[in-house]
Design a protein around this ligand. Structure first.
Ligand code: AQP
Length: 498
């Protein structure tokens, strides 16, 4: 994992010690002492935390530099063990990487199975350690102590109004799927929300909190993923500026979303709207995201991100960077790519949920017609009314894949997504139905799918301290990762840094 690698190589003092201190202070900042049951569930009980922290200390000892000798490593580990009575698994993952989490898990398993927490160990060469006693796990305990970097995913929704089924199926639902296998960063992109110009400040504030709460209610787990607000990580704005000076304006003027929105905004169109894809590129590139879950509508922006990253790499990376010799601030040697070129991930179904009033345009927050979308927080009555009035056609039966029937395609797809059925199952059940029979069925399916999300949403919104804690913790982790990239970009571009 990038973060742990970078931290280990940090030129600033003892990196392992520093990481733990940072993590500790984060936890004391963002986790109040009066842990509510839901928070206790999220963060584990005190015993578990103590076990984890012992294992972290052990893992750190295994990782301690071999040139300092085992005594120093053991002392550092013992000190850190005391300091870390409150470390959580996600904190360990972010600070030390997956390999340490694996050692921790292994330690925990051995403790739980009645042992004294002993992980099978073998000595490493005393010639390299400068003495005996510095150990590392054997194949049974941590053979995977040098795994590949855990892949990272980043995505976000802008808080410009109510999150609708398009945002939910096109983006948020995939956040939940990806959080188990990826190092996940999910932000509420509030800086994007003001690009239309003349926004309502109270609305932005409310929508930012609502959007974050919907992420969590939909199943994003703050113990697995970092959930944060984009503007809480200033590196987004700074990297955007640096990329602005790299991206040719012609690239931005070609963006379809800009052209469409600029046409609507007329003379009032803001510079921010034109610059939106550069800010999006900064969002993604800061985290060295391997994968970006987006709906179809954002794929062009993702392509632009790839182009911008490539341009930075070719203008400032490679030999030019290497020639300046020495190390970048992250500890890596100068040279090679400055930024990682990401991949888009668009789900097969749900990548493009269409408007209820026009099956040929996408469901969108900015459509002035409220009846064109179903919001995740709509009441059953609102959902029923919207579906009752939605556009249909005069064809017999219902079908997928007929270009002349975009409404049939869209409404069947929403049904499929809400029920979890396959296309074949949907067709078998509904293919011969008339609209009048299908609409109530679709209404029930949407209400049933959204009702548990709405229940969890209400609980989260009733506990503002919890939401604040999640967002602060997420921002702390995000700042740490983002600043590593930003400092390297500044370095590659020749900015003086102390
Ligand atoms: N209709 C859609 N179908 C599938 N995915 C969609 N997304 C948006 N609309 C659909 C995906 O949701 C994520 C967040 O989008 P956003 O809020 O950042 O902005 P957007 O793409 O511009 O979406 P909206 O809701 O339609 O906003 P407005 O009206 O302001 O344009 C993205 O991953 C997007 O692909």
């Amino acid at each position: 994992m990038l973060l742990s690698r970078a931290r280990r190589q940090s030129p600033r003092g003892d990196p392992a010690r520093e990481s733990v201190d940072d993590c500790n202070s984060k936890i004391t900042k963002s986790e109040p002492n009066d842990v509510t049951p839901s928070r206790a569930h999220t963060h584990g009980d005190a015993n578990e935390r103590r076990m984890l922290s012992k294992a972290v200390a052990r893992a750190m000892m295994l990782r301690a530099p071999t040139d300092g000798g085992s005594r120093i490593a053991r002392m550092a580990a013992a000190t850190n063990q005391r300091r870390n009575a409150t470390m959580t698994t996600s904190c360990i993952r972010h600070q030390f990487g997956d390999d340490v989490v694996r050692v921790v898990d292994s330690h925990r398993r051995s403790t739980m199975s009645g042992g004294r927490g002993r992980v099978a160990m073998r000595s490493i060469s005393s010639s390299s350690s400068g003495g005996s006693g510095v150990t590392e796990p054997d194949a049974g305990a941590a053979t995977e102590s040098k795994p590949a970097r855990r892949k990272r995913v980043l995505s976000g929704v802008q808080p410009t109004g109510s999150i609708h089924l398009g945002n939910y199926f096109g983006a948020i639902k995939n956040y939940v799927k990806l959080q188990d296998d990826y190092d996940a960063f999910y932000c509420v992109v509030d800086l994007h929300a003001i690009t239309a110009g003349g926004h309502d400040p109270a609305g932005l504030e409310a929508s930012t909190k609502t959007s974050a709460a919907i992420y969590l209610a939909a199943g994003v787990d703050p113990d697995k993923a970092n959930v944060f607000v984009q503007s809480h990580v200033p590196a987004h704005s700074e990297l955007c500026w640096l990329l602005n000076c790299v991206a040719p304006i012609g690239w931005l003027e070609k963006m379809i979303q800009f052209k469409e929105k600029a046409r609507k905004a007329g003379e009032e169109v803001s510079v921010g709207l034109l610059d939106y894809p550069v800010l999006m590129a900064a969002d993604i590139l800061l985290y060295k995201a391997d994968l970006v879950p987006v709906g179809e509508d954002q794929r062009q922006h993702l392509e632009l991100t790839r182009d911008i990253a490539g341009r930075v790499n070719s203008l400032y990376g490679g030999k030019k960077w290497k020639k300046r010799k020495g190390k970048a601030p992250s500890g890596r040697s100068r040279g090679g790519d400055v930024l990682l070129v990401p991949e888009a991930f668009t789900p097969k179904e749900g990548g493009r949920v269409m408007s209820l009033t026009d099956g040929a345009s996408k469901m969108s927050k900015s459509n002035p017609a409220e009846g064109s979308r179903i919001n995740v927080l709509d009441t059953p009555d609102e959902i029923a009314k919207k579906i009752k009035r939605c556009k249909t056609d005069a064809f017999e039966g219902l079908e997928f894949g007929n270009a002349e029937r975009p409404e049939s395609q869209n409404l069947l797809t929403i049904y499929q997504l809400c029920t979890g059925m396959t296309q074949e199952e949907v067709l078998a059940e509904c293919g011969s139905m008339r609209w009048g029979d299908f609409k109530p069925r679709l209404t029930d399916a949407v209400i049933e799918h959204l009702s548990p999300i709405q229940g969890r949403y209400n609980e989260i919104m009733a506990d503002p301290a919890y939401l604040e804690g999640v967002l602060k913790r997420g921002a702390d982790n995000a700042n740490e990762v983002a600043n590593i990239t930003l400092r390297d970009v500044r370095d590659a571009l020749g900015f003086v840094q102390y």
